[in-house]
Structure formats: structure tokens, C-alpha cells
Design a protein around this ligand. Sequence first.
Ligand code: HEM
Length: 425
Amino acid sequence: MNEDDVGGQEPTRGMSRRAMLGWLGAAAVGAGLGAGGLEIARRVDPADGSTSRADDTIEFFGPHQAGITTPPPAALVFAAFDVTTGSRSDLSDLLRIWTDAAARMAAGKRLPGAFEIPGQSPVDTGETQGISASRLTVTFGFGPSLFEQHGEDRFGLAANRPGPLRDLPPFPHDDLDPARSGGDLCVQGCAEDSLVAFHAIHDLTKLAKGVAQMRWMQRGFGQASAVGAHQPTPRNLMGFKDGTNNIRDDDIRDLNRHVWVHEGPPWIHGGTFLVARRIRMRIERWDASELSEQESVIGRRKISGAPLGHVREFDSVRLGDVGVDGTPTIPSDAHIRLAAPSRNGGERILRRGYSFADGVDAEGRLDVGLFFLAFQRDPFRQFVPINGGLAVHDALNEYIVHTSSAVFAIPPGIRPGEFIGRGVV
Ligand code: HEM
């Protein structure tokens, strides 16, 4: 067997459709096989390597994909992929395989197939054997280019493209790296253990061989937004609490109004759209600025997180308050004033970003910042206008620059036996 033999069933070059179907056969996870399929998989690989307890696994199946309203765990590995095949059925097989592999990993199980056979390349890359699921979530999405690229309907999917799934417009001061932007598919892996998050992306990349190739990857740490109702607000690398005024997982009304999609092609109903922006911080400049400047830029106190003019983190933001000299307590160019729903037609977004630290540049400046991830019902009604205002007026612009950009449709969740993207491919 050569190293490209994914299913351990037959030697192939890369991941041919036959090899993928071999995997499907081995794992018996095709749509409709459901619990019976898992039983066969157990026979193929009796010791499934499960090491997890109920309290460290997040359910993979459900009406929405995990990793959106799930309180963010410590680590993120996010990857975008280009589809390299022209075959729609290869794409569909890949999504079935990815779905099955993700469900297994989220349950703390290893991938089925050869593991103890010296002559075969193990399906599971193995680095998390003995480590628990660590609250792993794996979330999949589809980029606009999957449906249409340079006017070409590559897979006959154009009629299925939801209206809001379009490339974002350029914004003033963007300095985007095309090699780190866009993508046909995305996979967001989040876990308490960064090795577990990486392993998910590693194995899915391996399984995609011959069908999709990784385009870019971003690692994140120290969740930079609170999503859980009872989650303490974390801090971003500027030292400010981030996510105080976020949509939280128990905000059912706002989730339905601002996050879950109810319109467009049926396959996206119950899904959402993800905007990903890698925002580099000019951290040395920020670190040298005075505390009062930092607090004016954000519009909140650094340590307590309270809006300026108030004392507690969750005190309401009163944009009309003025000081004794008649100037607004929250400055006119403060970040939270410009991002406030009242300035943006009542629109809100669910922010679920992570901090990143990618070393230093040639001048010795830290390449760190916020990998901004925001889920929403329609980026052109939400992110685009909000960021349009921020990009022009936000005092924070002196200290940040957007270096990558991508948008993805995130399909809804599934039941066992179904696969992510059913109804699309
Ligand atoms: C590195 C870039 C950014 C940093 C450091 C940052 C930081 C913050 C901080 C500290 C807060 C206050 C706490 C909170 O309510 O969460 C905040 C609020 C907010 N930010 Fe950002 N942010 C950044 C980029 C963005 C972008 C690109 C958007 C959207 C286009 C955005 C949208 C918001 C919104 C909607 C709020 C809540 C405003 C409110 O309702 O009070 N932020 N941000």
C-alpha cells in the first residue's frame, strides 16, 4: 500500500473517488446507514480509541452546527480549502467523509480503518490517541467560489447559492493578503486542547487529498468573545474585555433575528453566514498609548469593562450622555459607539473570534491580533454596513489593519445518517 491509500482498501493515487467510497464502505457511514453503520464501523475497528467523558464532548448532531453558539473553548484552528476536483460526486463524497470523521472526533473516537497494520498508512494520524475529545467542535462552511468562480458554475450549484453569499466589498485601509483570504470550503475546529483542534484539521486535510487542498490556516487562542450566557468575558490582546455586548447562547430571540437564516434556498435554513477577518494589531503603538487614550478609543474602562461614565461592565451603553463640558462621554469615534446597534439600524452580530500570535515581521514587530469571526443572518445587512462605518470613522483604525477576509455559508446541523451540505451537492 502506498501512503496515499486513505481507506486502506486499495492502492490509489491521491484520494480518488474509489478510495473515498472505499472509506465509506469501511466506515459504513453513507446516508441512511445511521446506527447500523456505526455498528459495522465498530467491527472494523473494535477499539475505537474513545477516551471521552460526557462532560468533555459537545454533541455534533443537532438543528444547528456546533461551534456557533457553543461557548468558545481555549483553542481554534481554522482552515479554508480550495476544491481541486471538477467532479460534483467527489465533492459530495468528501462531505460525507468529513461529516463522519468530524462526528467521530467530536465524540473522542479515532477514525476507523488500519491502525495496527504496519503495511498500511493509518487513517487516523494518531496524535490525539489517549487524549479526550476536549470539547471539540468541527464546523463546516461553503464559500461563494464553490457556487460560482469567475462566472463559471463549476459544479452546477449556482442556482443553489444563497443571495448573501457573495464576496465582501473592499473597505478603506484594508491590506488583504489574497493567499490568506477566501476559499471554497472552510472548517473551524475549536477545542480546549490545541492539539485536538489541530488534529481535526490535520485528519480532514489528509482525507481531502485529491479533492480539496488547504488554502490557508489560522490558529487562535484565548477566546476573544463571550458567547455562553454565564461565560466570564475574556480579554483580547489589547487588554480589554471583549464580548460584553455580544449575542449570547440563551438569547433565542436575537439568535433568530440576527443569526439563523430563515430565507433563501431551503438547505441554508437554520444555518448562518460567517465573516472571517484577520485583524492585525499595531500592538507596539497600542502598548505605548496612554490608558485614557485606550479607553477613549474603545469607549469602555480597561479593567472593569464598564462603558465610559459608568462603573460596572454590564451597565447600559448610553450614547447620549455628555460630560460637564458638553462633550459626549463616549467619544464620537469610539469603537462601541460606531458598532452599537442603535447606529446600525438595530443590527447585531454574534462575535466568536480568537486572538492570534504569528511571530514577528522583518522589522521585529509582533504579528498579533484578533481573528475576528462573526456569525450573522445576512452579511450585507450586518457586517458590511457595521464595518463600513468602522473602517472610516473608528478611532481603533490607528491601531489595527485587516489583513485577510473571507465569507462562508454555514449550513444547518444534521441528524445521524445525514451529511453536512445535504441539499447543496
Ligand atoms: C481588532 C479589532 C477589534 C477589537 C480589538 C475590538 C474590540 C472590541 C471591544 C473591546 C468591544 C467592547 C466590549 C463588547 O461589547 O464586546 C467591542 C465591541 C463591539 N465590536 Fe469590536 N473589536 C474589533 C473589531 C470589530 C469589528 C471588525 C467589528 C464589526 C464589523 C466589531 C463589532 C463590535 C460590536 C458590534 C461590538 C458591540 C457594540 C455594542 O453593542 O456595544 N468589532 N469590540
